[in-house]
Ligand binder design. Structure first.
Ligand code: ZN
Length: 459
């Protein structure tokens, strides 16, 4: 028996959406989504480029379902609702995927053509998903030899399903249109353990691009398996890479016992088992997107795309700046890293203070419901310059962050809120007044640096 195994990885990019200006990160904003509006649609299968209705599309359409879409206008616009034509390919997402293609040794296409892939399960309002081939013919090195990379594409993420049952399907539009990098390997994967290693390597390359979303659902693995030259089965939705060896073993046994229906099958993974979803989609469902111009991938564009710095190198570099191991690791994989680097280069403020403000303070303020997205990079740089000049204490940084959404500068806020740091002379006066260290810290925590004050108490 010979088994052919290939992997397909889908990773969300943390940029604005692929064909409009909306931004959403459903793994983070989940609790925040408010369905202000509901659209109701019924889809029907239409002929693809070849004029025939694809088997998969026909299968889904035959079910005559009604689809509902929840809309929160903060996370989607008329593009996702299919009320207005899409915008051209998002340059930032393109740049990221070009870097990934380089890291995977793939050949980038001269011209990127946006295509429509028919999809009638309701997960796109328009009835199709846009997909753009970016590169082919790459490879990665693994312990069991090279694994070929057949294709790297940029796709639109589908709408997330909220509820289904009784012929009604309810989706959310925030997820729809987020850029997805789709990487398909050649059927070079030898066995289950090898599939796990391959998926881990690809996951690392994606994270090292520095532009990927993290958290539940932001990366998904599918499997392609066929045995003895038979029909192919696509297994969708591996949740845990550690289960790959088991899932593959079970699927090979299942194919030996039950066979595979003609034309192939798409199956959904549930735990380690799988269940039939629909026939494998054919080529008929892909046709050109005429609303979007082709993008020439010039030499300059390719040169500008950087292959991600190895994560281990990033962590070392950040540790050298004085960040602790844990903080360095978090920052190395965070989308805030470029912002951190720009602010540090501009202000020379203490790196741990910048990092903890970006990674911790801003996150907790956002959870409190403070509109941190209104804070500009200029305001942040202003704040850290002010801190680097010794005008405010470390403890005051978070307090000023809280007020920045008002649009005011750090200096103005510090004066208004009485957060300016005590000068050395003012500290002397406080100490001379007879107050103890603890008392001063309790009373003026936000205006005193503990280390500076400690020196005043040394004999
Ligand atoms: Zn939009």
């Amino acid at each position: 028996m010979t088994a052919k195994i290939g992997l397909e990885i889908h990773q969300r990019l943390d940029t604005r959406k692929l064909h409009c200006h909306c931004y959403a990160n459903p793994s983070e904003d989940k609790a925040d989504f408010k369905p202000d509006l509901v659209l109701r649609r019924r889809l029907k299968a239409v002929g693809g480029e070849l004029g025939e209705v694809d088997a998969a599309a026909a299968y889904e359409a035959a079910k005559k379902r009604v689809f509902e879409y929840q809309v929160d206008p903060r996370f989607s616009c008329l593009v996702e609702s299919d009320e207005t034509p899409p915008e051209e390919l998002n340059g930032e997402a393109l740049q990221a995927v070009l870097g990934i293609a380089k890291a995977l040794n793939a050949r980038v296409v001269d011209e990127a053509h946006v295509m429509r892939k028919m999809i009638t399960d309701g997960s796109a309002v328009s009835g199709f998903q846009r997909t753009t081939l970016i590169a082919t013919g790459g490879f990665i090195e693994t312990q069991k030899g090279k694994v070929g990379i057949q294709s790297i594409a940029l796709e639109e993420e589908s709408a997330g399903i909220v509820e289904k049952g009784h012929g009604k399907f309810i989706f959310r539009l925030d997820r729809l249109g987020i850029p997805l990098v789709e990487i398909a390997t050649a059927p070079d994967v030898k066995d289950g353990e090898h599939a796990k290693e391959t998926a881990e390597i690809l996951g690392r390359v994606l994270r090292e691009s520095g532009l990927v979303q993290r958290g539940l659902g932001s990366i998904r693995q599918d499997l392609n398996i066929s045995i003895d030259g038979g029909e192919r089965v696509e297994l969708k939705g591996v949740q845990d890479l550690r289960l790959l060896p088991k899932i593959i073993g079970i699927e090979i046994e299942r194919q030996k016992k039950d066979g595979v229906r003609k034309g192939g099958e798409t199956r959904r993974i549930i735990g380690e088992q799988s269940e039939f979803m629909r026939p494998l989609p054919g080529a008929a469902r892909i046709y050109p997107e005429t609303d979007i111009p082709h993008v020439r991938i010039t030499r300059e564009l390719l040169e500008k795309a950087v292959v991600g710095e190895k994560s281990a190198d990033k962590v070392t570099r950040l540790e050298k700046l004085g960040l602790g191991e844990q903080m360095a690791e978090r920052l190395a994989f965070s989308k805030e890293l470029p912002l951190f680097e720009r602010i540090y280069a501009k202000t020379s403020a203490e790196p741990t203070v910048i990092a903890s403000a970006l990674l911790e303070s801003l996150t907790s303020l956002r959870r409190e419901g403070i509109a941190t997205e209104k804070i500009s990079e200029q305001q942040l740089s202003g704040l850290f310059s002010f801190f680097a000049e010794g005008k405010i204490a470390k403890a005051a940084v978070a307090e000023i962050l809280r007020e920045l959404p008002s649009g005011k500068g750090a200096g103005e806020i510090a004066k208004e809120k009485d957060l300016l740091k005590f000068s050395s002379r003012e500290l002397d006066a406080l100490v001379a007044s007879g107050k103890g260290f603890g008392e001063i810290m309790r009373e003026y925590r936000l205006r005193v640096d503990a280390q500076e004050l400690q020196k005043k108490f040394k004999p």
